[in-house]
Design a protein around this ligand. Structure first.
Ligand SMILES: Cc1cc2nc3c(=O)[nH]c(=O)nc-3n(C[C@H](O)[C@H](O)[C@H](O)COP(=O)(O)O)c2cc1C
Length: 155
């Protein structure tokens, strides 16, 4: 898929957002989101990574997602996701152009973030605090992606 887009000369656009789940997600809830993503994203030429963090202290769940692909496809898909009532308080942390896909192997990769992974990414360490303020996770341009990669690479 990445090779096809490169052949067409399409620029690779990415978008990273953070949001709060309306309720803690069960495995079945997460599976449903991933099934939709994996059914729809290949046709859109979109790949990416979805992170989910459940914070026991506040009994709340949060998402961080990166979408990457052709700009219109990413924008349109994000508009759909942003209307989804399974989460709220969404904030786009970063968007921009990338030379190549970072998550090209996944229609939508997924990782449930544990404490160890969170400790490795200080920029998101406070994600489960009682009053979720997404602007606290605003990062300098490019930094949100670095953090996503830290999460993904963490053991
Ligand atoms: C956190 C989160 C991430 C999502 N990511 C995607 C995605 O990458 N691709 C997708 O098609 N739908 C995603 N969805 C679901 C969409 O909001 C929407 O329900 C879905 O695209 C509708 O697809 P359908 O008409 O095939 O059922 C996501 C939903 C949530 C809550």
């Amino acid at each position: 898929m990445a090779a096809e887009l490169a052949a067409k000369g399409a620029a690779m656009h990415y978008l990273v957002y953070v949001s709060q789940a309306v309720k803690p997600m069960s495995v079945a809830d997460l599976d449903a989101i991933l099934a939709q993503s994996r059914a729809n994203n290949p046709a859109l030429g979109v790949t990416g990574l979805l992170l989910y963090r459940y914070s026991p202290d506040t009994d709340s769940g949060h998402f961080i997602q990166c979408l990457e692909g052709e700009e219109t496809a990413v924008r349109t898909l994000y508009e759909t996701i942003a209307r989804d009532r399974r989460h709220h308080t969404k904030l786009v942390l970063d968007r921009g152009e990338a030379a190549a896909r970072m998550f090209g192997d996944w229609a939508m990769g997924f990782k449930n973030i544990d404490d160890r992974a969170l400790a490795a990414a200080p920029g998101f360490a406070r994600i489960g605090e009682a009053s979720f303020a997404p602007e606290r996770f605003q990062q300098p341009h490019g930094k949100a992606l670095e953090l996503l990669k830290i999460f993904f690479d963490a053991p």
